[in-house]
Write a protein that binds this ligand. Structure first.
Ligand code: WT7
Length: 631
């Protein structure tokens, strides 16, 4: 890995080279991977034409690079350290050799049910090793994995299964999280009973919680039954560089969730490159990312990134606050974690539980801390630095998105100067641009604007599954020739970047992206709700909370708030439940019928002045009424 950056001088040189001669830069890096056939061109296509391609003409299988390659050099190194929910249950360890065998067996199991290259497989599972194994088994066969986070409802699952026409669903009987069991098979059954899921032919159920489930003859199969006869060898499918590796659904400002589509070669190079450079994990280190594999962080920085680098990846089944708020720190001490990567919302929640839970642990194995998913506030940054890192560990504040495949702006651990709350500098190959409202690039160094990326990078989203037009409209049209991130951003005198948050109608709740339109659509499903408007508001722990204003019919009962929560849980899942629901008589609308969300956001934040221009409001009196009733 001679592409590992080792100093600021080295960073500057590599940044320049990647900017001025990207073909040479990325071509050299790509040579350190295993390919069945080399590429014809490093980069081709363009943002203008929405057909960005990397390593065109090459053939490969990403699992060869995650697994087979390491069998030659380190077959007995631990690939996966799995820590179960219950602290008294023993951890599971799988060496590279063992993980390779499990992935092959699982791929053979999928194959035995008819899964082949290009088929879509939905993984609706809890954090068990079999989830990571299933992800890789799909990649082994060239099947496209679509992981759906276990917190989504049957309806949300059904929508995602339908959108990608998945033929196989893999789930658990139940998922263990703290003292709760999530009934994943039951939810899967409910989803599959809907007309959307007619495409599903088979369900594999991995037994974890031991709760009772019903198995449908001919459709449902137990994982352990099928696995018994499977061979530990499975030839990797030959994939073209731009063949789809996976789809992962995420929310946008409008409409239903988008299936973000990533391809094989570019994503592989980006996952490996960013993992190595941002975290600077060395041979004997132990890296732990606390995300769920149901989100992009778990795809790139629990699964692909660490394994491509031959590192040991730690996977944790449970939650940070069970049995108590010291669980993370207990794990760090017990297993001697060196690299710890989590979300600001977890840090804020644990900070609120009291310092006694963290201060009683040594935490002296830690070398690097990471943050991801939302802006980290100053207080949380310093608490993380002092109480967890003991002021000895760099904090890498990593900015990226489902669409970017991997980290784009972040300090490199131990190399980049840190500045609290700043994602700092772009990785080589990333060219951030700040744009003003007029659509012009802001040339001054110190500036604030909408964050765009000028050039395609290897890990960039290629399309939205089944809807290339929507892809172009969402990301590539606002600022022609550039990728628009949806984030606002500041740049300081040193050129350091600070992400300020979404500039569209997307709310970031506990690091989870939630589209206001989706929540509104869910609330509207309640028969007594006439209209709903949803905005984000500042929330001490979640970063942003969800505030819903609803207009209800005369028939609505006293329990309407509770019923609305249930409706949202049913149509999306508990993660999208509003924190506050205010019943209003009217919404501030313009004469053309557009809701002025700017005003609703201000009221929800308890900012009652400077509403800006309200002269276009149809009925200004609704604003006073809403202000008076604010929660
Ligand atoms: C949105 C992407 C990146 C993986 C997890 C979330 C926000 C992400 C940071 C950060 C400030 C951040 C942005 C972005 N975000 N990381 N370090 N500082 N904001 O992925 O669900 O696709 O959400 O999360 O607003 O657009 P995602």
């Amino acid at each position: 890995m001679d592409w590992r950056i080792n100093s600021m001088e080295d960073y500057n040189q590599k940044y320049e080279k990647a900017l001025n001669n990207p073909d040479a830069y990325w071509g050299d890096i790509a040579k350190s991977f295993d390919w069945f056939k080399e590429w014809n061109s490093v980069r081709s296509g363009s943002i203008q034409d929405a057909d960005m391609r990397w390593f065109d003409g090459a053939q490969l299988n990403i699992t060869v690079n995650c697994l087979d390659r390491h069998l030659k050099t380190q077959p007995n190194k631990e690939a996966l350290l799995y820590i179960p929910n219950d602290p008294s249950e023993e951890a599971t360890r799988l060496t590279y050799k063992e993980l390779h065998a499990e992935v092959c067996k699982t791929a053979n199991m999928f194959k035995s049910l008819g899964v082949k290259k290009g088929d879509r497989v939905c993984l609706y599972m809890s954090m068990v090793p079999e989830l990571l194994i299933s992800v890789l088994a799909c990649a082994r066969l060239g099947a496209i994995h679509s992981v759906v986070f276990g917190g989504f409802s049957a309806q949300a699952l059904a929508g995602r299964i339908e959108d990608a026409s998945c033929t196989l669903v893999v789930t658990n009987d139940g998922g263990l999280r703290g003292n709760k069991t999530i009934e994943l098979k039951k939810i899967t059954d409910d989803a599959l009973a809907m007309k959307e899921c007619a495409c599903v032919k088979n369900v594999i159920v991995h037994k974890r919680a031991g709760n009772e489930v019903s198995m449908k003859e001919g459709r449902d199969h137990w994982w352990h039954d099928l696995m018994k006869d499977m061979d530990t060898q499975c030839d990797p499918e030959v994939m073209e560089a731009e063949d789809t590796l996976f789809v992962l659904y995420t929310s946008g400002s409008t409409g239903k969730p988008k299936g973000i589509q990533h391809t094989t070669a570019g994503y592989m190079v980006w996952a490996a490159y960013t993992f190595a450079n941002v975290f600077q994990v060395n041979k004997d280190d132990l890296y732990w990312c606390t995300a769920d594999i149901g989100w992009i962080t778990g795809h790139t920085y629990i699964t692909y990134g660490p394994l491509l680098n031959g590192a040991t990846t730690v996977m944790f089944e449970g939650v940070p606050t069970w049995p108590d708020a010291g669980r993370f720190w207990d794990i760090v001490d017990q297993y001697k974690i060196t690299h710890f990567y989590t979300a600001p919302t977890a840090i804020r929640a644990l900070m609120g539980c009291g310092n006694e839970f963290v201060d009683k642990y040594k935490l002296d194995s830690l070398k690097v801390l990471g943050s991801v998913g939302e802006p980290i506030n100053e207080e949380a940054w310093h608490w993380y630095d002092e109480h967890v890192g003991k002021k000895k560990c760099p904090i890498v504040d990593t900015w990226w998105q489902t669409e970017t495949g991997g980290i784009l702006i972040s300090p490199l651990a131990g190399i980049t100067k840190l500045k609290p709350c700043h994602a700092t500098l772009p990785l080589p190959g990333v060219h951030p641009v700040l744009m003003n409202e007029k659509g012009e690039e802001i040339m001054e160094r110190e500036a604030e604007g909408n964050l765009c990326i000028r050039n395609p990078w290897p890990g960039m989203v290629r399309t939205i599954y089944g809807d290339h037009e929507r892809f172009k409209n969402t990301y590539l049209s606002a600022y022609p020739g550039m990728y628009f991130t949806g984030d606002g951003c500041k740049r300081d005198a040193e050129g350091f970047y600070r992400i300020t948050g979404r500039v569209d109608d997307v709310i970031n709740v506990s690091g989870h992206r939630i589209g206001t339109a989706e929540v509104e659509d869910a609330i509207d499903q309640h028969p007594e709700v006439i209209e709903a408007a949803v905005v984000g508001f500042p929330h001490d722990i979640k970063g942003q909370g969800i505030y819903a204003y609803i207009i209800i019919s005369a028939n609505a009962g006293d329990n309407i708030q509770k019923e609305v929560l249930d409706t949202v849980t049913k149509f999306i899942g508990p993660i999208a439940k509003p924190d506050k629901i205010q019943v209003v008589k009217g919404l501030p609308k313009t004469r053309s019928g557009k809701i002025m969300r700017r005003i609703l956001r201000k009221i929800a934040a308890h900012e009652f002045e400077n509403f800006g221009d309200t002269s276009t409001l149809l009925d200004p009196s609704v604003v006073d009424e809403i202000k008076e009733g604010v929660l």
